[in-house]
Design a protein around this ligand. Structure first.
Ligand code: ZN
Ligand code: ZN
Length: 347
């Protein structure tokens, strides 16, 4: 960053700088995230579609994917980047969620291209088209195996995951101690204490799942790449099944009108540029019908980039409140200024 600042090219290199920040933010969650293992795409249908494009077109789309661009939905460095037929770049999660709900128009203003799950491509898909290989399954499954084995072999559990498991365990046990008699005498009145855990990265959710499994904590998962039916089922299980105490969830899947008042604990594993996206997430639990106080835990690592993101959030909250009144969701809160960046890199 210092180099960009000295050369006066911070604005031109905004996307690259966000990528640097992304790595710092991910390092706070778990070192494996920075190694950049890719989650495996399920969008196999898009290969057939991509094969019908001209070779020039495929090469052009691939080139767009490989320059670092920002996701047009969340305006952050894309996770599992995909390119749409119209050339716009998204996180797989961000765009998948759009095209599986009713609006299937490209979310970029003035683009108006209609998109479907078959018309967004990962770089893997495009490369297969160029090389003319037909067996995609071999590639997909071997990378899935690699990923799983690298997670299971690492006995290392990051501090955030450890802290999360500790909090969840204490929530579950606390309930068992204080409410055990009431439960037996009147099982319908006391609903068990439940928690939602949020992260921005599906990779972090994968790592967390691993620890939840080994701690025998029952959970459901919700992320932007799941089908509507499996999402509905996950939410229903979480709200109704007394054994399912935890929902782990991607912040990017947060813009559905979900109601999860069964939860009265919210744990945020990482920080988001736009504080209102976090507020929205917390509102999942904090809704009409919620009868208990909601506790929010935000896990951050001191003396890292996260401290500075937190104080930037405070500032933006104050600024947005005074300058924009009601329009809190606007891009103003998301875009970082040169001064913000200087601050984040401590220059
Ligand atoms: Zn995105
Ligand atoms: Zn578009």
């Amino acid at each position: 960053f210092q180099e960009y600042a000295a050369a006066g090219t911070v604005k031109q290199n905004y996307a690259n700088i966000l990528l640097l920040l992304l790595r710092l933010r991910q390092a706070c969650d778990h070192p494996l995230l920075v190694k950049g293992h890719q989650s495996v795409f399920k969008g196999d249908g898009s290969i057939e579609m991509a094969k019908q494009l001209s070779k020039e077109r495929v090469i052009d789309l691939l080139a767009r994917l490989e320059v670092s661009a920002l996701c047009a939905v969340c305006r952050d460095t894309p996770e599992d980047a995909v390119v749409a037929m119209c050339g716009h770049i998204f996180c797989y999660q961000c765009i998948y969620e759009r095209i599986t709900t009713d609006e299937n128009m490209c979310p970029v203003p003035n683009c108006r291209n209609t998109l479907s799950t078959e018309s967004v491509f990962s770089s893997g898909t495009l490369k297969i088209c160029i090389s003319g290989k037909t067996s995609t399954h071999a590639i997909a499954s071997s990378s899935a195996d690699d990923e799983l084995s690298s997670i299971s072999q690492s006995s290392y559990i990051s501090s955030k995951i450890q802290a999360t498991v500790d909090i969840l365990n204490s929530i579950i046990n606390m309930h068992a101690l204080t409410d055990s008699d009431t439960i037996e005498s009147n099982p319908n009145r006391v609903s068990p204490v439940k928690a939602i855990v949020f992260s921005q990265w599906t990779g972090m959710l994968d790592l967390l799942e691993f620890s939840l499994n080994s701690n025998l904590i029952q959970y459901r998962r919700l992320d932007g790449t799941m089908s509507l039916n499996s999402r509905d089922k996950a939410v229903k299980d979480f709200n109704i099944d007394p054994e399912v105490r935890v929902m782990i969830m991607s912040l990017k899947a947060g813009n559905l009108g979900l109601n999860m008042v069964a939860a009265c604990h919210v744990i945020l594993l990482d920080l988001w540029w736009n504080p209102y996206a976090e507020d929205q997430a917390i509102d999942r639990a904090h809704r009409i019908g919620q009868t208990r106080p909601v506790t929010v835990s935000r896990l951050t690592i001191t003396d890292t980039v996260e401290d500075r993101i937190l104080s930037l959030q405070e500032e933006k909250r104050a600024m947005v409140n005074s300058a924009f009144g009601e329009d809190k969701s606007s891009a103003h809160a998301t875009r970082l200024t040169v001064d913000d960046l200087r601050y984040l890199f401590r220059i």
